[in-house]
Every structure is written in C-alpha cells, then in structure tokens.
Write a protein that binds this ligand. Sequence first.
Ligand code: CA
Ligand code: CA
Length: 583
Amino acid sequence: MKKFALSALVAAMAVTGTAQAGVTDKDIINDQMTTGDVVSNGMGLRGQRYSPMDKINTETVKDMRPVWAFSFGGEKQRGQESQPMVKDGVMYVTASYSRVFAVDTTTGEELWEYNARLPDGIMPCCDVINRGVALYDDLVIFGTLDAKLVALDAKTGKVKWKKKVEDYKAGYSITAAPIVVKGKVITGVSGGEFGIIGKVEAYDAKTGKLAWTRPTVEGHMGFIWKDGKKMENGISGGQAGKTWPGDLWKSGGAATWLGGTYDPDVDLLFFGTGNPAPWNSHLRPGDNLFSSSRVAIDPDTGKIVWHFQTTPHDGWDYDGVNELVSFDYKANGKTVKAAATADRNGFMYVLNRENGDFIRGFPFVDKITWAKGLDPKTGRPIYDDSNRPGNPADSKDGKKGKSVLAVPSFLGGKNWMPVSYSQDTGLFYVPSNEWAMDIWNEPTAYKKGAAYLGAGFTIKPMNDEYIGVLRAMDPKTGKEVWRKTNYAPLWGGALTTKGNLVFYGTPEGYLLGLNAKTGEEVYKFNTGSGIVGSPITWEQDGEQYLSVVSGWGGAVPLWGGEVAKRVKHLNQGGTVWTFKLPK
Ligand code: CA
Ligand code: CA
C-alpha cells in the first residue's frame, strides 16, 4: 500500500509539473477567494462557507454527477461530520474514531491512512466523530478522541509531532477541526458533560510547542510562554467566585468543543463556549462566566478581548458554541463590521465584531419557551422563570425537581452544523430543527471522569411532518426569507456559491441543491447513508468540483429520545462523494 501511495503521488506531481508546495499563512487567509484549494475549515477562516465559483449554477447543476466515491472502510462506522480539505490534487479528510485519509482528488484512490490508537477509556459525549483537519506547511493536523493534537506528514501520513492537550480520563476529547492562524494551531476541547474546564490553546504549528493557554471559566488563569518564561495573560475581569458560587468554578465546564473562527480585519479569534456544569442551574446561582458565550481572543497572546453571553446561568444545556461568522453590511451609508451566530437557544444574534456589542437578535425557530425575548439594548434574555427546570431541593424527597417542556430542546434550534453566508444574497442559510424536551433536575456532585449533569430529559418532535428546516435568514431584518423542511433533523453544514446555490445534506442521505434566492430545489442525489458533514467546492483543471462526506450518526441517535426512534431506520456509512459537471 505504501509503495503504491508514493508512486501515485509522484505520478500526480509529474502531471502538474510542480512539487507539492506547503500551505502558508497567506494561503489560509486568502482561502475563500482562491478556488484551486480548500485549506481552512469554514471555506475561509471567517466561516462563511461561500465560494465565488459559478460554473455549477442554477442552470447547470441538473447535470452534476458523481465522479468518484471513497469508502472509509473499517468495521466501525458511526457519524461522519468531517469537512474535507483539498491541496495540490490531494484531499485530506477525517473519519469516525480519529482517522485521517489522504485521497487523490482525480481518481478517488487512497494515498495514505492514519488511525489513531485510541485507549479504551475515551469519553466522547456525542458520538466518535471528527470534524476535520488543519493544513500548515507540509503538515496535516487534527485532534483525537483522547484529547491529543497530532501532526502528520502530508506526503506520507507519518506522525511528525503529537501533543497531549488534556487528560481523556477526566472527560476531555477533541472532535473539532483545529484552525491555523499566524503559524499557530488553535484548538478547543470537548467534555462539558463531565465538568471539565473549557480552554482555547495555541501551539506552534511546525513544532507543536505550546504558545498560550486560555481557560474559559472565570477564575482560572491563562498563560503565555515568552522567551522561555511562563507569564499570566490576564482573563478580562476574571475572578474566582465572582459569577460562580463557592468552588463550582473548579469544574465549571464551558467546553470550547466546536473550535472557532478568525477574522483578519479585527485580528480576533472567535470561540464559543458550552454549558456551565452541571446542567442543574440551581446548584450555581450567577451568570457563570464565560459559559454559553462567544469569546473574542487575541491570537498572539490568548487574552480575552471581549465576550458576549447568549444564555447567562444556562439551565437547559443550550451551550454557546455555535460558530460566529464575520460579514459586512451597509447601514446608513456606512459599513458595519458585524458577525452573526445562530444559537442553540433559538435566537440568532448579530454583534459588532470589533467590540462584541449587541446589534440585534431575533428568533430563527418557530417557538421559544424559556425566554420571553431579548433585551433590545443588551441582548440579554428576558427569562420566563416558570420554564426553568425546577430545583430538586423543592421537591418532597429532594430527588427530582419540577419537569418543564422547554423549546428548543438542548440539541438546539441549531446544533454544531455550520451555517453559510452568501455574499450575493446577503442571507444566512441556517440548518435548524424544531424540537422540544421534557427536562428536570436531579441532585449531583462532581466526580472526575463521570457524567456531571444533574438533569434528565426526553427530546420530542414539534411536528409530525418535519423536524429539520433549512432557513434563509436576513441578518438585517431578522426575517425568514424562505424555508425548506425535512422529515429528519438536519445535522450537516451548508455551503453557498456564486452560482446562486445552497448545498446541504440530510439524514435520509440526500445531497440537496437549492436556489439561494428562492429555496427552490434544483438538485437531489442520494449518497446511501445520512449526511452529517459539510460540503466543499473547489476548482481543478478548469472544472468545478463538489465533495461531501456521507455517514449517518452524531448526537441525535444517542440523545434524541423520541426523535431517535423516528430515525432509527437510517443506515450508517462512511463515504466521500465527489461531483462535477460532465466535460
Ligand atoms: Ca482556497
Ligand atoms: Ca453541553
């Protein structure tokens, strides 16, 4: 296999006539507009998932057909949530169980495969998924389910460096794609259901040496390594006990499990943080900073520059991890440097990305019960106290608090699946879901490596006909411009193109293409298993290609209660599908 891989690569290089050049910082910053490669998660570090290509468009897309399909193989399948990357005729794509594959983009032949040897005791909360690699120089870098960063040689798949980011035995894991900014690989950590401490860390991408660390629970100090010395890099206003009672901050959660985006305009990293731990909010009165927030971080030092908390004192596991996507718009003749995010809690927020100021917020789902609305000045939710799950201490035996029917469910108005922003329509395309949950609190105490929820729940559909809704949202007005419903919950990302198209996948297996302006379905192809990954598009030899990973799984079958029953007939898989127009 190895011999074959090398010869295939040499042959590929001979065809293009150039040796494979390493990925540079410039390549990554310019990724969105350079159509010949995909070298960042999000199709550009801002995470817009927009391509300026238009060869595949509303007129031509009907002729688009698969040119190759690559199977991950193996006995174990499960959810495939990866976004592939493409550089110099090679695709780098991750699969379940911390696997990485390099595939020839012309033929679909495997060049190499890397399998992380995972210990028995890993504790991924929400399936054994991975969301993709980062590329830098001649390295392919990804995070593993046992909370390591691994850098592989892009040509051979051999390990160049490996770093333990955290202790998997305490519940840490990594599933997000890392990003590379100014030569540093930036990662978050998963584990919010185990009372871990969320953090964002930067490592020298070439050597794996730690550059800075930034915990996301108030009270924990961050550090930067400068000239061989460890120096504090000040958490803004952070102080143990200020927004947390007693020692609860010591196991406070706020996991940065979905990774982040970067905006070069304001030179800030944007990472989201998950739920405060435990879920039972009566055990931790206060805002519980920086949980369920977006934090803007200086990429050079790790300092938190601003934060915006979507669900202060979260009592529903709404997390706050969803991606913050930078975009500009015109208002009163001026350009507004904005960023938007569609939160698990059902509200979409438009912020000033320079300082985190709230510009506007609006629901993007049909029903929200936990809040009456948002404060128009600050964006802080106006709580409906009757919809907070009750305190077990108020019950007769102290074992179960009042159960409430909360909407959305904790799986969210939108979960991890990334939105897309079209520079042509000015709309956000939001893969969303309509579901509710019965949720109640129970007593709990922190124990290293054990689930730390203090809550029970059952997730329920809101409608018989559909759960998933792909929505076109106008960030200037808060209005839904169109919607397309789907029977099963949507769990994969969206992509828009200059060809006036929106692409996304469904658990039923379809890759769909819609007219971005109207929502009209103009393309449909079944990939044989549910799609929970995010499509990409790129150009090769003058032709536009599109790829998406197919393989049903993720959190829904594991946590979805009554919804899981509705989708239990869906088959697992693990295949990269690649499409183009006929020549
Ligand atoms: Ca590019
Ligand atoms: Ca959570």
